[in-house]
Design a protein around this ligand. Structure first.
Ligand code: APR
Length: 239
C-alpha cells in the first residue's frame, strides 16, 4: 500500500497507448505524420481489409514488425517496469500497443488488449504463435500445419479486444488509474477512465497534449512520457 495525494493506494491500473513508444521512434496513429495519415485504417486494420487485400495488410504489419528490431524501450517503459517491481501494492499494466517495448523495458506483466506484432493467429486452429519474420499467405501454422491460415495477431476495428473480463475486474477494484500516451479516440480503452472513476479510483492522465478524454481525469500531467512518467513513478514509490 502506498499514499498518493493523501489516498491509500493498494492497486494501480495503468493504460498505455502509442504515445509512450513515440520517443522510442515508433509512429503513433493520430499525431501529425502518424500511421493513419499515411494509411486508411479501413484499408488496413479491419477483417474486411484483410480478406480484400491480404498482401497489403501483411506488408503493413511486416514493416512495423521489422522496425521493432532497431527500436529500444525508453525511460518511460523502464520507469513503469520499476514501479511494477518496487511498488508496495499491485500494478496492472494494460497496453493498446502491439510493440514489445514494455517487455523489453523490464515489465513482467503486460496485457496486450490489441494483440502483438510479434505473434501470429491461425484462423484455422486459433493458435497464437510467436512470430518474428515476415508473414504472408504462404506461411504455415506450426501448431496445426495448415497452410495460408496465419494472420497478424492484431485486434482490428470491429473485433473484440483481448482480456476484457480481466481488465474490467482490475478497473473495478483499483484505487488509481493512470492513462499514458493515448488519444482517447478508440473504445473500449477510452471508456476505462469513466469506469475507474465510477469505481471510486483516482484518475491521472499523462499526455503531451489534451486528449479526447482529458476532462474525465482528476488530474492531467501535460508533458512527454520520458519526463512525466519517471517523475510520476518516483512520486508513487516515495509515497
Ligand atoms: N509523450 C506523451 N504523449 C504522447 C507523446 C509523448 N512523447 N507522443 C504522442 N503522445 C500522445 C498524443 O498526444 C496522443 O494523445 O499519444 C497519443 C497517441 O494517440 P494515438 O496515435 O491515437 O494512439 P492510441 O491512443 O494508442 O490509439 C489507440 O487506435 O488505431 C487504433 O489500435 C490502434 O491501439 C490503437 C488505438
Amino acid at each position: 500500500m502506498s499514499n498518493f495525494r493523501d489516498r491509500k493506494i493498494h492497486r494501480v491500473v495503468i493504460l498505455t497507448g502509442a504515445g509512450i513508444s513515440a520517443e522510442s521512434g515508433l509512429a503513433t496513429f493520430r499525431d501529425s505524420d502518424g500511421l493513419w495519415e499515411h494509411h486508411d485504417p479501413m484499408e488496413i486494420a479491419t477483417p474486411e481489409a484483410f480478406s480484400r487485400d491480404p498482401a497489403l495488410v501483411f506488408r503493413f504489419y511486416n514493416a512495423r514488425r521489422r522496425q521493432l528490431v532497431e527500436t529500444l524501450p525508453n525511460t518511460a517503459h523502464k520507469a513503469l517496469a520499476q514501479l511494477q517491481m518496487s511498488f508496495p501494492g499491485e500494478v496492472y499494466l494494460v497496453t493498446q500497443n502491439v510493440d514489445d517495448l514494455h517487455e523489453r523495458g523490464g515489465s513482467k506483466q503486460v496485457c496486450h488488449m490489441h494483440g502483438e506484432l510479434r505473434s501470429a493467429l491461425c484462423t484455422s486452429c486459433r493458435a497464437v504463435l510467436g512470430f518474428e519474420e515476415d508473414m504472408s499467405a504462404d506461411t504455415t501454422c506450426s501448431a496445426c500445419g495448415a497452410h495460408g491460415t496465419l494472420r497478424p495477431d492484431i485486434v482490428w476495428f470491429g473485433e473484440m479486444p483481448y482480456h476484457m473480463d480481466e481488465i474490467g475486474r482490475y478497473i473495478q477494484t483499483c484505487d488509481l488509474f493512470i492513462a499514458i500516451g493515448t488519444s482517447g479516440a478508440v473504445y473500449p480503452a477510452a471508456g476505462f477512465v469513466g469506469e475507474a472513476s465510477l469505481a471510486g479510483a483516482m484518475t491521472v492522465e499523462v499526455n503531451k497534449e489534451t486528449s479526447k478524454v482529458s476532462r474525465s481525469f482528476d488530474e492531467q500531467r501535460q508533458g512527454i512520457a520520458t519526463v512525466e512518467v519517471p517523475a510520476l513513478v518516483e512520486e508513487l514509490l516515495a509515497g
